[in-house]
Design a protein around this ligand. Structure first.
Ligand SMILES: Cc1cc2nc3c(=O)[nH]c(=O)nc-3n(C[C@H](O)[C@H](O)[C@H](O)COP(=O)(O)OP(=O)(O)OC[C@H]3O[C@@H](n4cnc5c(N)ncnc54)[C@H](O)[C@@H]3O)c2cc1C
Length: 333
């Protein structure tokens, strides 16, 4: 799932062929004609379940011109921003993708929590501005800050999205992933849900309340909720066509609890407790589905949440491909 997914689909949707070594040592070149089950499973059921992927062939498109944008509102507008964003972002034209962040940062209190929409639009500054105006109308109040830029090429745009606007690609890595890498790990605990209906007003209140609670607790680090828009090309693929089942999603809702390397176990657990309470309070308002790539060890019904109606076929393919369960991990199929 990436910032151009609403235009071009998931990366898994662009997969043409995967070379996969299964548990018995056989090399498969799975595509739409050959080893169709493995190909189907590799688009959404992926990581570590069916074999070792040694090569991916994907269909590409010419890199389009992009505009990036960001808008912030005062925290008092948080509920209106969430209400407006969830109406505006999922059905917006394919070329615009956005993410809404509601984030508490207790260490910076008395500054208020952040409420910010940022995103990427295929096309120039004017086109993006005319689409983003629709968000401002949906929210019903003017943002306190609004900016946009037209990065010079797709690489510059992706570095910006990765938080590396002042770095080159070799520097935009962990030092353990390359000698010039300067990034540092930012540990966090995460949980995710999908919205298939807009959040009801009471659900919006839950989100705002939990960010407020987090902001008021100086004993924990940053924490909040990030809503990523789905829709567009992602949702035009029927949910049984690939193993990725979440094709009715309006947005994913990722909740995170950050901590610092070296924090005590008690501090980390306090953050995890907040996260679990947040998840439980939100449950009545979300779909019961979760994103399989945001692996969540605290998710009790993970198999159903990650794979939904595609679970039986995935389990059958897994049993055929790896009957002795050579590939295993806590949430292996
Ligand atoms: C900070 C952060 C931001 C993220 N942002 C996004 C995002 O914007 N969009 C999104 O879609 N996801 C996002 N993710 C989730 C990300 O897609 C998953 O974490 C993904 O699984 C990472 O793949 P990996 O190969 O790097 O990870 P790994 O942890 O190495 O692998 C994930 C799983 O795949 C298996 N695996 C690894 N290599 C192979 C292989 N060659 N063949 C078969 N199985 C293999 C592993 O055993 C493991 O089970 C984000 C994650 C983080 C931590």
């Amino acid at each position: 799932m990436g910032v151009l997914g609403r235009s071009y689909g998931l990366t898994a949707d662009r997969l043409q062929q995967v070379e996969l070594v299964t548990a018995d040592g056989t090399v498969h070149r799975a595509d739409a004609e050959t080893d169709r089950d493995l190909f189907w499973a590799s688009r959404g059921g992926g990581g570590g379940n069916f074999g070792v992927a040694t090569s991916f062939t994907v269909s590409t498109v010419a890199a389009p011109p992009l505009t990036t944008f960001a808008l912030s509102w005062p925290w008092a507008a948080a509920a209106d921003v969430l209400a407006g964003w969830q109406q505006w972002a999922p059905p917006a034209p394919d070329e615009i993708w956005s993410t809404l962040l509601l984030l508490a940062h207790p260490a910076r209190a008395p500054q208020e929590p952040v409420v910010r929409v940022s995103g990427v639009c295929i096309g120039g500054l004017q086109h993006a501005a005319s689409l983003v105006d629709g968000l401002v109308r949906a929210v019903g109040s003017r943002p306190s800050a609004r900016s946009s830029s037209a990065p010079d090429g797709i690489l510059a745009a992706m570095l910006l999205e990765a938080g590396c606007s002042t770095l080159d690609v070799d520097a935009c890595r962990l030092p353990t992933h390359g000698p010039r890498g300067v990034l540092q790990r930012k540990p966090l605990i995460g949980a995710s849900d999908y919205l298939t209906q807009p959040l009801a007003p009471a659900g919006i209140e839950v989100v705002v309340d939990f960010v407020n609670q987090r902001q008021a607790d100086p004993a924990v680090g940053e924490g909040g909720a990030q809503f990523d828009a789905y829709g567009g090309a992602i949702n035009r693929v029927p949910s049984a066509d690939t193993a990725f089942v979440h094709r009715q999603a309006l947005a994913s809702v990722q909740r995170t609890s950050s901590f610092q390397p070296g924090d005590t176990a008690a501090t980390i657990e306090r953050g995890r407790h907040w996260l679990n309470e947040f998840t439980a309070a939100l449950r009545p308002y979300v779909s019961g589905e979760s994103y399989q790539n945001y692996v969540d060890p605290d998710l009790a019904n993970w198999a159903q949440a990650y794979y939904g109606d595609n679970l039986p076929r995935l389990r059958a393919i897994r049993a055929a491909a790896d009957p002795d369960r050579l590939f295993s991990f806590p949430q292996a199929l």
